[in-house]
Design a protein around this ligand. Sequence first.
Ligand SMILES: *[C@@H]1O[C@H](CO)[C@@H](O)[C@H](O)[C@H]1NC(C)=O
Ligand SMILES: *[C@@H]1O[C@H](CO)[C@@H](O)[C@H](O)[C@H]1NC(C)=O
Ligand SMILES: *[C@@H]1O[C@H](CO)[C@@H](O)[C@H](O)[C@H]1NC(C)=O
Ligand SMILES: *[C@@H]1O[C@H](CO)[C@@H](O)[C@H](O)[C@H]1NC(C)=O
Ligand SMILES: *[C@@H]1O[C@H](CO)[C@@H](O)[C@H](O)[C@H]1NC(C)=O
Length: 780
Amino acid sequence: MKIIISCFFLLLILVPLLASSVEKKVYIVYFGEHKHGEKAFHEIEKTHLSYLHSVKESEEDATSSLLYSYKHSINGFAARLTPDEASKLSGMEEVVSVFPSHGKYSVQTTRSWKFVGLDEGEDHSWNKFKMGGEDLLSKAKYGKNVIIGVMDSGVWPESPSFSDEGMDPTPKSWKGICQEGVGFNSSHCNKKIIGARYYVKGFESAHGPVNATEDYLSPRDMDGHGTHTASTAAGRQVSNVAALGGFARGTASGGAPLARLAIYKACWAIPNQPKANGNTCFAEDMLAAMDDAIADGVDILSVSIGTAEPLPFEDDTIGLGALHAAKRNILVVCSAGNNGPAPGTLSNAAPWVITVGASSLDRTFFAPLILGNGLKIIGQSVTPYKIKEQMYPLVYAGDVVVPGVPQNVTGQCLPGSLDPDKVKGKIVVCLRGAGLRVGKGIEVKRAGGVGFILANSEANGNDVLCDSHLLPANAVTYDDRTKILDYINSTKNPMAMIRPARTELHYKPAPFMAGFTSRGPNVVDPNVLKPDITAPGLNILAAWSEASSPSKIPDDHRSVKYNLYSGTSMSCPHVSGAAALLRAIHPDWSIAAIKSALMTTTGITNNIGRPITDSLGNIATPFQFGSGHFRPVKAADPGLIYDASYDDYLLYLCYAGPKALKEIKSAFKCPDEPPSSVNLNYPSFAIPNLNTTVAITRTVTNVGRRKSRYFFTAKPPAGVRVKASPSILHFNRVGQKQSFTITVSPRNDPTARKSEYGFGWYTWADGYYHVRSPMAVYLP
Ligand SMILES: *[C@@H]1O[C@H](CO)[C@@H](O)[C@H](O)[C@H]1NC(C)=O
Ligand SMILES: *[C@@H]1O[C@H](CO)[C@@H](O)[C@H](O)[C@H]1NC(C)=O
Ligand SMILES: *[C@@H]1O[C@H](CO)[C@@H](O)[C@H](O)[C@H]1NC(C)=O
Ligand SMILES: *[C@@H]1O[C@H](CO)[C@@H](O)[C@H](O)[C@H]1NC(C)=O
Ligand SMILES: *[C@@H]1O[C@H](CO)[C@@H](O)[C@H](O)[C@H]1NC(C)=O
């Protein structure tokens, strides 16, 4: 039986040139899209093996080198190959591309739902909604007919957040399984966790068998990250939970508390490293997980995984899997990454995924620190340990090191760096920068210190991260660090007192952008503005693995059910949960429509009515927050949407995809002159070099009132003129589409800033709806 292989698009043919060594590496051999209908899976595997056999010595050799045969929608396989074998395969007619695997991927309350207006009986005065959060939840039936897949480090199924009490039977459409393994059997799935699988062949190929003391060879989570993200997206409402020490007490809930969860574990503990260093996820394992998730029938896939630097399309496994998902109208929601504040750091930039940045909540852990000169500094702390409310000697770590500590790590409190004779009985100021945050506290404790102050670097700004330290602690902003160090330097006997901390709500201003959130511009395609949106990702409380510890470092033997954690990994599942509610309310919407609704209804001011800032108090830009802070309640009723189809994404790739695309036979016929990617029907736009007038086309679909008239307004950056034609759009029915052209041109303006990006907005408004899009324009 012959499989019809359609080579769609995408992916540069990577031929390793230095082919002298015969060392085998894992490669992914990609054929595009399956067209097999109900074809038997073993036939597909046989075909894949025949390709493999054609470059291998024997059938046994082919069979033993095969890791995965992707059978559902992704047509391809992963196998151990020599560079020579990989090169032979890439030369074959049907093969779209061959690319080497890598493990560059890593995983990067709750108050947050109240903060965005998605909770009952709470004051959302800074976010006035017509419809209350409770209305949205009940209209969406709390997401009970929606299935959210979570690709991460697994799950701790015993968490009360995953109870299935009172839930309806699993949807009939569900095709997934509950894969058994270490500490995980079929009874761990229920009507909440309706599926669980794990993918380890790529990991084991690189690192050898999973070490049972470091991870579970099963969907069970030994880390905490996957449990945290899954419960943020779709955890049940569990009242009266708190972090260690009673901080952040309240009701923990996912965005779609009755949505179903399907767990795809593709990230594993890095051997011989503290868990706090994060997990590692291999391209071929993730692709297998995504292929299964699509076939199992998830509606949304939440992916809090990324890379340290942006990956081009030909290397972007998550983007590739997400494109196959897009064909089936499955929305993939991704974290933007934690590599800020440097520009151009964001990952997961494919336009068919939602890329989520991270910002703060209006909750702080108010912790006064009194200096000997009377100066009171308000840090943050969630330490469960008590310290006497009295003055202790205060030292800067850089002044109390053992000889030989390198200059570049002085003040960092790295293991073994502090001199116990100079630290005993004192409070020590440690700087952030190198090493694990909780590890710094452990070093102070080892050297006999009574408490420590974790001081932000300039890059950290005001992102005060609340870790569960193992001694009394206080974390301070960069500004406060300067004050403390100045004080230490100004006196002979510096002293300080750490006072007890407490949880404070309604902190102002909030939100602000986290310093760590990865930034635009989108270096993969600067014509598409990324990230798309921001959501809470700073000190988020959610469920945790009881096999882990709150700090995930080896010397921490505490176990918790809920934990505070920070990252774009935490903001991503917030948007996944919200998208699940939109999917429930608008089952007929495309993924582009859901994304558009989320993006055009965002907030761009904080709770004091000012523009959202970065972590240093400067006004933040769309390169940090995309369209703005998500507002799920508004997103349910956006007025207009910018729709796009799967074919639109393929057309986009004709322009923006790798050059090799043009050389391969393709089922999707690219036009000879594909339109510029700036014309993808996206709810925002970016122009990377405005040296002449640029015309941008867009089409909006009416999903609001039947009869309506929308007016165009724009607030472009200085030195840029923006006009729309037509500038009034009339609609007579729901579902009606109207196209318009935006003309962007440079104009003389002495205040214009040259050789950098400027930011602005344009809006379609009918007096009720405000459909707002951001723009980023670079003036040469
Ligand atoms: C699954 O594991 C639990 C304990 O973890 C055990 O009580 C139960 O009997 C097991 N069920 C099956 C079907 O093996
Ligand atoms: C398994 O991991 C533990 C903890 O990291 C380590 O001590 C042990 O040596 C590892 N075992 C093997 C076989 O690598
Ligand atoms: C400090 O410098 C040493 C030697 O130059 C280098 O090996 C080390 O990685 C540096 N450490 C940090 C944290 O930058
Ligand atoms: C203290 O002051 C000295 C001299 O002005 C300076 O070199 C040093 O960096 C300061 N130390 C701190 C911790 O600010
Ligand atoms: C204008 O910018 C585009 C995009 O960067 C570039 O390709 C083109 O060469 C530029 N034209 C001029 C006249 O500088």
